[in-house]
Design a binder for this molecule. Structure first.
Ligand code: MEV
Length: 311
């Protein structure tokens, strides 16, 4: 029996979510502690069987909210010019769904990698991106593409739509605490709500978006020289702008506040918002532990400590 595996890790947006949809830059990291693993193997019969935490059964009957996954399998097999039958595809993920951690992009990346590995084909970056972009449109509507770039990158990235991805210089290692509110956010509707507001109040939204772009530039400079007070301050300001845009909520504001009170240099929501996760910048791991405890006290269902290495 033939077996192949495809993997992809999670992603973390440090700053620039939402404004990135409007052409502003964003900074994101690979978040390697949590990942998706796809196992592809042969089975008898003529079907493609999907086994996942959310659905088990033939691909034809995949529920509507997983349509992107079904489509991704079919499209990948098309690109591979392979017969679409006799396959068992198992999706296992330690990335919580709908928390702004890029689970949908990671699932698509792992699927494409797994299927290419199964058929012993080498996968070009351009092929991967085209297939994942299509899957992401099912999940997000109008994705900027940052999730799939960060989830397939080994290093921190500077991302701007329609531009080459750049490396981000990290002058000194720094620590983040990520906390899950435990609530599923809806990136699709968060992105759409800003779009609706933009149509009604273009000036006000434009201002926040431009400011978020400027804050992202400042964070890049701060990271390059290891000035984490400055970075933390900009992260706080970014959270305020995201609140003004209407994508934070009381729960996320509460976690951000708890992180700051416990000693974080800065904290903000990460990803689409309205549920999902926050991240906090801390000076060292000892403070990180204190901040993580405070976040759990404040209702976080899970926390992760994350160190970004100098590069
Ligand atoms: C979602 O992880 C990030 C958003 O900026 C949407 C996108 O860029 O596609 C909210």
């Amino acid at each position: 029996q033939k077996v192949a595996v495809g993997r992809a890790h999670s992603k973390l947006i440090l700053i620039g979510e939402h404004s990135v949809v409007y052409g502003q830059p964003a900074i994101a990291f690979p978040f390697k502690q949590i990942e998706v693993k796809v196992t592809v193997k042969t089975i008898g019969g003529n079907t493609i069987q999907i086994e996942s935490p959310f659905y088990q059964g033939p691909i034809e009957q995949i529920p509507e909210k997983m349509e992107g996954i079904g489509d991704c399998v079919i499209q990948t097999l098309k690109v591979l010019e392979k017969r679409s039958s006799g396959l068992h595809i198992r999706i296992a993920s330690s990335i919580p769904i709908g928390r702004g951690l890029g689970s949908s992009a990671a699932i698509a990346i792992a699927l494409v990698r797994g299927l290419f590995a199964f058929f012993n084909q080498s996968l070009k970056d351009s092929q991967l991106m085209a297939l994942v972009e299509r899957a992401e449109k099912f999940a997000h509507g109008t994705p900027s593409g940052i999730d799939m770039m960060a989830a397939s990158s080994a290093n921190p990235i500077w991302f701007q739509k329609q531009q080459e991805v750049e490396m981000v210089k990290i002058g000194a290692p720094f620590h983040l605490v990520v906390a899950d509110s435990g609530r599923i956010g809806d990136t699709y509707s968060a992105v759409k709500s800003i779009r609706d507001k933009y149509e009604r109040k273009p000036k006000q939204i434009e201002e926040s978006i431009t400011l978020l772009g400027k804050l992202t530039e400042d964070v890049r400079l701060g990271l390059a020289v290891g000035d984490y007070q400055k970075v933390g301050d900009k992260l706080n300001q970014a959270h305020q702008q995201l609140s003004l845009l209407g994508v934070s909520d009381l729960g996320l504001d509460g976690l951000v506040e708890a992180a700051r009170t416990a000693g974080a240099v800065g904290a903000k929501l990460t990803g689409g918002g309205r549920g999902g996760c926050i991240l906090a910048l801390v000076e060292n791991e000892t403070i990180g532990k204190k901040v993580a405890d405070a976040l759990v006290q404040a209702g976080a269902t899970q926390t992760w400590q994350y160190t970004i290495a100098k590069c």
